[in-house]
Design a protein around this ligand. Structure first.
Ligand code: HEC
Ligand code: HEC
Length: 355
């Protein structure tokens, strides 16, 4: 009796082991975002883990005009890799020659973002995707029709089956995969990153060392920490950005309500998302309304903040005097520092290009 029980339990354990290890598990493969060692891994929503197949599907969709009503506009029409996934037009061309109402935004390091769009009206990338798809000025399409078109495509039936096995093709899953792809677009390879990464990993004897020291001497000292002490308060240090909603004094020139239209609070009047200030050489023109064409104009804006600027952020109110006293020489160093945050490799990284 005892040995029979043993036999049965042995057979049970064996079949479990066979099931676990021998029966091929054909689910999607987890995707890990490659990051330098000092960058903390972003939090990924539990209901949308990154997978190789999901990211690939999202990448196909990102570049496919199938998401627009007349098959002419893709996400990449307004978020171009060669311009750090932004657009150099002040307002981008959407379906039927319509123009977007705001300046297109650069799509890097979004995995660390908390609020999206200039007015911060969306809190997750999954939730964001239907906005450009249904916006009459951008893609003008209906989400049910998108799902139908995808179901009718052999290519997408295959890509969806790999990314989301045994699930019906829906717009929601399309949005989830596009969110996955966008989370993988990271930019951490500018000279400034190499500099900081070097400090963290203590590459004291590398040939970079002299370059680092010279960099620090020339720019950090000359600007008296202006960037780190003033700009970083809102632009989240040079690593992230995209977390704070603030009024940077542009309001005087534009009638937009900004974050107030999301929160309903008067105190949020004229607040916009302080974007990642990386790759600025490729993401002109600047600000939500694309009203500043060059970085010199941006610096002039901050240096001579309008006295009437309503609801100006305290970080800038307190720095007014200091900003006004920036010398032309310091300004050149500041602009140079901003250029050190360009990551040209992003523009040609094959992982993000049209598949
Ligand atoms: C016609 C141009 C156009 C198209 C097409 C377009 N976008 Fe955008 N995108 C914009 C503009 C303009 C904004 C800023 C909108 C705003 O603030 O209201 C933006 C903002 C965004 C943001 C917010 C970034 C941030 O830092 O907050 C994301 C993400 C984004 N778009 C993704 C997409 C995706 C995904 C698609 C395709 C499904 C897409 N866009 C299609 C023009 C476009
Ligand atoms: C009080 C917060 C705050 C401070 C301090 C601040 N900014 Fe900004 N910045 C913003 C906000 C908010 C925006 C977006 C405003 C808009 O579009 O209306 C912005 C936009 C920008 C842009 C345009 C980015 C783009 O993609 O269009 C640049 C460049 C910029 N800031 C650089 C700087 C520099 C350099 C400093 C330091 C001298 C600085 N900022 C200080 C909040 C701030």
């Amino acid at each position: 009796m005892k040995s029979r029980m043993l036999q049965i339990s042995f057979a049970l354990v064996l079949s479990l082991l066979i099931y676990a290890f021998v029966v091929p598990t054909k689910g999607p493969t987890p995707y890990i975002i490659p990051l330098p060692s000092h960058v903390p891994y972003p939090e990924i929503p539990a209901d949308n883990p990154l997978t190789v197949e999901g990211v690939l599907l999202g990448r196909h969709l990102f570049y496919d005009p199938i998401l627009s009503i007349d098959g002419t506009i893709s996400c990449s029409s307004c978020h171009k890799q060669e311009f750090a996934f932004s657009d150099t037009a002040r307002f981008s061309v959407g379906v039927g020659g319509n123009r977007s109402k705001r300046n297109s935004m650069s799509l890097v390091n979004l995995a660390w973002g908390r609020r999206f769009f200039w007015d911060g009206r969306v809190g997750s990338l999954e939730e964001l995707v239907h906005h450009p798809v249904t916006d009459a000025f951008e893609m003008g399409e209906d989400t049910n029709r998108v799902a139908e078109k995808l179901r009718n495509s052999a290519k997408y039936r295959d890509l969806f089956a790999r990314a989301f096995p045994k699930q019906k093709i829906t717009f929601r899953l399309a949005a989830y995969s596009i969110a996955q792809f966008m989370r993988t677009i990271v930019s951490f390879n500018s000279p400034m990153d190499v500099f900081v990464n070097g400090m963290y990993t203590r590459l004291d004897d590398t040939p970079y060392d002299e370059t680092f020291k010279q960099f620090a001497r020339e720019h950090l000292e000359e600007t008296h920490g202006l960037v780190s002490e003033i700009c970083s308060q809102c632009h989240g240090g040079y690593l992230y950005g995209g977390v704070f909603m603030r009024n940077n004094g542009l309001g005087g020139k534009t009638p937009e309500e900004g974050f107030k239209s999301t929160s309903g609070l008067l105190t949020d009047l004229g607040k916009f998302k302080a974007p990642v200030i990386r790759n600025l050489s490729y993401t002109y023109p600047y600000m939500h309304d694309g009203s500043l064409r060059t970085l010199e104009e941006v610096m002039d804006h901050y240096q001579f903040l309008s006295e009437e600027a309503e609801n100006l952020a305290p970080e800038l109110k307190n720095a007014r005097e200091r900003l006004r006293n920036i010398t032309p020489e310091q300004k050149q160093h500041l602009l140079q520092m901003l250029e050190y945050m360009n990551d040209p490799g992003l523009l040609t990284n094959p992982a993000y290009s049209k598949p």
